[in-house]
Write a protein that binds this ligand. Structure first.
Ligand code: FAD
Ligand code: 2HG
Ligand code: ZN
Length: 472
């Protein structure tokens, strides 16, 4: 079958109006958010409903045409970008954007894959419930992308990764059949948990079309502080103390280096340094509760005073209102954008046990200082989860190419060190096409072999996002 007859069959399967041909619309869909990859597609399609997704996959499977699912295209590893061969179909889930149901008593919400995460959060809030998945990209990333990357974000310390919020799924498989396990059950031990395999699979096993999510009580009290800590070790000590003192109400615990403040103040309008004296390291921490008038502020204040006596911290600003709380969060969430505006960067999304983070920063930071004079370390992230964005930015006065030249050696050194610390070279951003070789290098061989067998079992013709995550 030639391209023309494949495309006319495709148009029949999904409806001619589902094919996007305007280059102004397809161009941004064919490159990734970080502009690391630029793809070419045989067709770009946005089907209107599940039945059309099913017909599309059946048609592509029959003709052995690769399908690349795409949500908000905010992923960090090129998972949603087709290759350069012009032989794959880009499948946008954007039109599947209905919140189908909220079961208030069951604390669940069922929504389609193309819903913007912020809209799902709002839908939960309108029912006096809380969806804790929160990331800097929440205004544009989509639920299907969040679940397919098993996104992390800012509240994992308390609520877990995206996977832990999923009770049921609806998935279209490679042959077009629909797996409907869209239940809202909290207990269901009926054999293998097949649906869990799609969470974090980055579109290589099937297309998630809808999910039933676990909700939590709406939050009514917060206590938030921007704290100057004496170093990462002190930050870890303070985290332990705060978790114990608050009845484990710590919902975020983010580590920020001085350069994170400098970059955001320099590039992001409206961001200012919350404290008067500079410090090498900061923590942005938040306690939350569903109880009105929960004395979280007092707990936080007491812990900060003890931390001052212990020598763990030197100063702190406690948010007095929602505006100040928002300003602290704006600073933190703008670090990736400020980093981008400052020049080229090399990113390492790593995790180690929380207790090991300080030592990791010391050893890996020393390596960078010695071997990468053209770069400057911007290490920040979700300390409460042991997840650091161990990024290196282009130093002022150097060229992007000078930093890029060191990328292979730097990546190897950092990821080898992560392995030595018992950590992960991909904590929350996934594998996509960026880290396929890293997975082959660092994965447990038995686990990698099982991944390949799972891939072959679900997608024998290798049409689902071929070349991403695992190569078969
Ligand atoms: P896309 O980029 O469109 O796709 C991601 C992957 O999922 C691709 O492999 C794609 O093929 C697959 N996919 C998409 N939809 C489906 C579907 N319906 N079925 C099957 N496969 C599908 N990530 C974090 O984990 N934590 C953070 O704190 C965080 N912060 C970020 C901040 C910023 C400013 C930005 C730009 C990104 C951030 N990210 C973060 C990364 C990114 O937002 C997440 O990975 C997000 O979950 C991707 O969602 P998306 O809809 O954009 O997915
Ligand atoms: C964050 O935590 C995101 O802000 C992005 O995961 C991290 O850009 C990065 O390295
Ligand atoms: Zn992150």
């Amino acid at each position: 079958m030639n391209d023309a007859s494949f495309l006319s069959g495709l148009a029949q399967a999904v409806g001619a109006d589902a094919l996007i041909t305007d280059p102004a619309r397809t161009a941004p869909m064919l490159r990734d958010h970080r502009e690391l990859y630029r793809g070419h597609a045989l067709a770009v399609v946005a089907p209107p409903d599940i039945a059309a997704v099913s017909r599309l996959l059946a048609h592509c499977n029959q003709h052995r045409i690769g399908v690349v699912p795409q949500g908000g295209n905010t992923g960090y590893c090129g998972g949603a970008t087709p290759d350069a061969s012009s032989s794959q179909v880009l499948l946008s889930l954007a039109r599947l954007n209905r919140v189908r149901a909220i079961d208030v008593a069951n604390y669940t919400l069922t929504a389609e894959a193309g819903c913007i995460l912020a809209d799902v959060q709002k839908a939960a809030a309108s029912a006096d419930r809380y969806l804790p998945l929160s990331l800097g990209s929440e205004g544009s990333c989509m639920l299907g992308g969040n679940l397919s990357t098993n996104a992390g974000g800012l509240n994992v310390i308390h609520y877990g990764m995206a996977r832990e919020l999923v009770l049921g799924l609806e998935v279209v498989l490679a042959d077009g059949s629909v797996l409907d396990v869209l239940t809202g059950l909290r207990k269901d031990n009926t054999g293998y948990d097949i649906k869990s395999l799609f969470l974090g699979a980055e579109g290589t096993l099937g297309v998630i079309t809808a999910a039933c999510l676990k909700l939590h009580p709406a939050l009514r009290s917060h206590a938030t502080a921007f704290v100057a800590v004496t170093g990462p070790e002190a930050a870890v000590s303070m985290l332990g103390a705060l978790r114990s003192a608050s009845g484990d109400s710590v919902t975020s615990f983010e580590l920020i280096p001085r350069i994170g403040v400098d970059l955001t103040v320099k590039h992001i309008p409206g961001v200012s340094d919350p404290l008067s004296m500079p410090s090498a390291w900061y923590v942005l921490c938040e306690l939350s509760s569903s109880r009105i008038g929960d004395p979280l502020g007092e707990v936080l204040q007491d812990t900060l005073e003890s931390a001052l006596k212990e020598g763990w911290i030197t100063d702190a600003a406690v948010a007095q209102n929602e505006r100040e709380r928002g300003a602290f969060w704006r600073l933190r969430e703008s670090i990736p954008e400020a980093q981008r505006m400052d020049g080229a960067s090399l990113k390492h999304d790593i995790s180690v046990p929380v207790s090991q983070v300080p030592r990791f920063i010391e050893v890996a930071g020393a390596w960078v200082a010695q071997h990468v004079p053209q770069g400057v370390l911007v290490a920040y992230g979700h300390l409460g989860d042991g997840n650091l964005h161990f990024n290196i930015n282009q130093r002022a006065g150097t060229q992007p190419a000078q930093l890029q030249a060191v990328e292979p050696e730097l990546k190897r050194a950092i990821h080898d060190l992560v392995r030595d610390f018992g950590g992960s070279f991909s904590a929350e951003h996934g594998i996509g096409q960026l880290k396929v070789f890293e997975l082959e290098r660092y994965a447990n061989p038995v686990e990698l072999e099982l991944m390949k067998r799972v891939k072959k079992a679900f997608d024998p013709n290798n049409i689902m996002n071929p070349g991403k995550v695992v190569r078969i």
